[in-house]
Structure formats: structure tokens, C-alpha cells
Design a protein around this ligand. Structure first.
Ligand SMILES: C[S@@+](CC[C@H](N)C(=O)[O-])C[C@H]1O[C@@H](n2cnc3c(N)ncnc32)[C@H](O)[C@@H]1O
Length: 416
């Protein structure tokens, strides 16, 4: 018998949701296994979109489900998982309800299909809708505090596509040719979903994909002609490329051979150069002196929640604490190597104060370094530094242009 079209994509979306919610995996980690047997890029994209929208709006979808059930379905019960996916399709992806039912109930074969059908039909008859911005899960709201309300509107949609240019002065001209806008020197923003590898000049290596907020950290090292920089956690290399393009002689170090493979590909495609070192920064001693060190530290990556909404549900206090310890070890190491005059830029794509502001305060209190406050004219698109001279970006900022990833960035110098 012929399979109903679209069911493999829904089955894959269920596996993705299950991997995140029950096993704490990232969407990326779960993809290989979950998408096995899903043919064609359109169905794979559909599976990703259903899982992504479900995770982005999870608290609101759950509230709707709870409003239509007499007895609360357990969080990890399969009917709740399937109903979440069905509602995300109807309310976020515009899938007609009959198609949602035709492809959704099959996922509950041998289970409570009538219950799921009843809840879904009740909610459709009520013509329910989602709020203007997703409701953040309680633990996330507690952690993000006052900022949570400003961040949530930035999570409504996946992000647009930002490019960083090898020749910054070409931004205006290339933005026009590509149908995008430039919000900063060397930056182009394109509509979400733009197929990257089909853009003109991809093979020529004139640009690489990098969120506007991620473009800030390497810029804070300044022009690098005649100077050496150590990019301490470098792969896959977005910031290495930016430093090399700004004239720095870059040593790019990372512990992951797989991710360094991507960095090598990026260097090859863009024709930029860097010395590559595969090492554990905690066990490495550089032979050279550096004028600047960029520590783009491993972190919980909650600042990337627009493109990776799984972080909203799987990052715990424990993981934040563990990351914070690793970051402090790496900071310690980097500071040991700083010569007088050497600049340190610390960055994390995290919205957690423990990985950002608290680390900057710890550096100020522990080490003999001069803070180098960031000024407004060093930042793109009218962003402002914090009163301390740090950079704190979040998805709700520059909303009129499509938002930003969440980053914390701060800068110091070793006294001469
Ligand atoms: C936030 S990512 C870096 C992103 C990169 N700077 C970019 O712009 O493309 C953090 C990196 O730290 C690396 N890493 C984690 N622990 C490390 C260690 N002990 N030594 C060196 N690299 C490490 C990871 O492999 C990962 O590639």
C-alpha cells in the first residue's frame, strides 16, 4: 500500500522532539538518526521546521493542550508530543487542519488516536491562536530576569541570514546585488531561508555566514596589519576569517579535529590564511608572543535560541555551572600568556549572566588587567555598550531589522 505523503517528515519531527525533550540532545545531534529515511531536502526541511516551531512555542502549545483535556497529559506522554507537533503545524506553519490530522494521527498508531483527534478538533473549532511572542519556559524566565520580556519578541521567527564580507567596503554594493541590507561595515542581511550555496560568489569566497552580533568580537581587536592574534577556541572559524581579513596573522587553535576541518574548508574557500593548531588550550603553551587573544569560549549557546530553540528546553543550571568553570580555566590560561600591552577579548554566545557579566566581574577582581571599555562608535547599527563598557546583545534588539543573537563580549589589556 502506498504511504501517505508527508508522514516520514512528521515521524522524523517526533523523533527530533523526543531526542531534545527526553534525552537532552541538541537538534543537530539528533538529526542524523531522526532524518534517516526522509527523502528529499523539502521533507527534511519540513521535519526540521515542525520540530523547531514546536520547541519555540512549546509553553504556549502546552497551555492550549491543557485547556482542552480534563486530565493533564504527562509532559513526556506520546499524545502530548504528537499534539504539540500537530498544533505547531496548524498555528505556525499554516498546514490545513485536515492535512495535520491525516499525517499526525498515524504517529499514534496503536495509541490514543481518538483522544488526540478530539483535543485537536476542539482547539480548531475554538479558533485558538498563539500569543504575539512565545512564552519562555519558567526556568529560562527566572534566569533571564528583567531581560526575558525584551528577548521573547525576538524569538517569534527563525533568524534572517547574516554575511560577513572579506572586503568590508563592498557591503553596500553587494547588498544591493543580493537583495539584502547592510547594517554595519562589512555586513549584509538577507531574508531568512535564503539558500546560501546558491548565492552569487559563494565559490569565490567573498563572504561567510556570521550573525551580526558574532561579527562584533573580532572587530574589537581592531586592525591587525603587522600584528599577531591567537584565536583560542577558533573552529569552525567565523572569527578567524574576520581577523585574517582585518590583516591579523592568526593562530587558530581548537580541540576538535572535526570542527578544524570546517575551519580549513572556510580558509580555502575564502583564500584567507591562518596557522592552525589542534590542541587542548588547557594543556598548550604557545611558542609565540601575541598582540591580542580572542577567547570565544565554549558555552551553553543560549544566545543562539532563535536558530536552535532546543536550548530553551535542555540547558540546565548544572550545565551553566559546568561551562562557567571551563570558561574560568580557559580565561586563566589565556591571561598567563598575555605580554604587557596584549589585548584580551572574551566572548560567549550565551544569555546567561553566569557565563558573561559574572565572568567579567571575576576577571576584574582576580587579575591585573586594565579594562578597555567598548565605545558606541565601535558597535554596529546603533547598539550601545553597557555602563561597564561591555557588549550585551540579545534577540529582541534591532527588532525592526530582524534581531540579533545573544552575545556577551568584554575587553582588557595587560598593563605595560
Ligand atoms: C563557541 S565555539 C567557537 C566558535 C568560533 N570561534 C567561531 O567563530 O567559529 C567554541 C569552540 O571551543 C572549542 N573548545 C572547547 N574546549 C576547548 C579546549 N579545552 N581547547 C581548545 N578548544 C576548545 C570547541 O571545539 C569549539 O569549537
Amino acid at each position: 500500500m502506498a504511504k501517505t505523503p508527508g508522514i516520514p517528515a512528521r515521524r522524523a519531527a517526533l523523533k527530533l522532539l523526543d531526542a531534545v525533550m527526553r534525552r537532552g540532545e541538541t537538534l543537530e545531534q539528533a538529526e542524523n538518526a531522526a532524518l534517516k529515511g526522509v527523502d528529499g531536502p523539502a521533507d527534511r526541511a519540513l521535519a526540521r521546521a515542525i520540530a523547531g516551531e514546536t520547541l519555540r512555542w512549546l509553553a504556549d502549545l502546552d497551555a492550549l493542550i491543557d485547556s482542552a483535556t480534563r486530565k493533564r497529559l504527562p509532559d513526556d506522554a506520546k499524545p502530548r508530543m504528537v499534539l504539540r507537533l500537530m498544533l505547531a503545524q496548524a498555528l505556525r506553519l499554516g498546514t490545513p487542519p485536515h492535512a495535520v490530522v491525516a499525517t499526525g494521527l498515524d504517529l499514534l498508531a496503536g495509541g490514543p488516536r481518538r483522544l488526540a483527534h478530539g483535543v485537536f478538533s476542539t482547539l480548531m473549532k475554538r479558533e485558538v491562536s498563539l500569543p504575539d511572542a512565545p512564552t519562555l519556559p519558567d526556568p529560562v524566565r527566572a534566569r533571564w530576569g528583567d531581560r526575558a520580556e525584551a528577548i521573547a519578541p525576538g524569538l517569534v521567527d527563525p533568524p534572517e541570514v547574516d554575511l560577513s564580507l572579506r572586503q568590508p567596503d563592498e557591503a553596500a554594493e553587494r547588498a544591493l546585488a543580493m537583495g539584502g541590507v547592510s547594517l554595519a561595515r562589512g555586513h549584509i542581511r538577507l531574508p531568512r531561508g535564503t539558500p546560501i550555496d546558491r548565492l552569487p560568489s559563494f565559490d569565490e569566497g567573498a563572504w561567510w555566514v556570521q550573525d551580526l552580533a558574532a561579527q562584533i568580537a573580532p572587530r574589537l581587536l581592531g586592525e591587525g596589519v603587522g600584528k599577531r592574534a591567537l584565536d583560542l577556541c577558533a573552529a569552525p572559524g567565523g572569527k578567524t576569517l574576520a581577523l585574517a581579513a582585518a590583516g591579523w596573522r592568526v593562530t587558530a587553535l581548537d580541540i576538535s579535529e572535526k570542527r578544524l576541518g570546517l575551519l580549513r574548508e572556510n580558509l580555502k574557500r575564502t583564500g584567507l590564511e591562518a596557522e592552525i593548531v589542534k590542541a587542548d588550550a588547557l594543556a598548550y603553551t604557545p611558542a609565540k608572543r601575541f598582540d591580542a587573544i580572542l577567547l570565544d569560549a565554549p558555552c551553553t549557546a543560549t544566545g543562539t535560541c532563535r536558530r536552535h530553540p532546543d536550548v530553551l528546553h535542555r540547558v540546565s543550571e548544572r550545565q551553566i555551572g559546568e561551562m562557567s568553570e571551563i570558561q574560568q580555566s580557559l580565561i586563566h590560561r589565556a591571561i598567563e600568556w598575555m605580554q604587557p600591552g596584549c589585548v584580551l577579548v572574551y566572548a560567549v554566545c550565551s544569555l546567561e549572566a553566569e557565563e558573561g557579566e559574572a565572568q567579567a566581574r571575576w576577571i576584574d577582581a582576580t587579575f591585573d588587567l586594565e579594562p578597555m571599555p567598548v565605545s558606541a562608535d565601535e558597535l554596529p547599527a546603533k547598539l550601545r555598550p553597557t555602563p561597564e563598557g561591555w557588549v550585551r546583545t540579545h534577540p529582541g534588539e534591532l527588532a525592526e531589522h530582524g534581531g540579533l543573537d545573544g552575545f556577551f563580549i568584554a575587553r582588557w589589556r595587560k598593563p605595560v
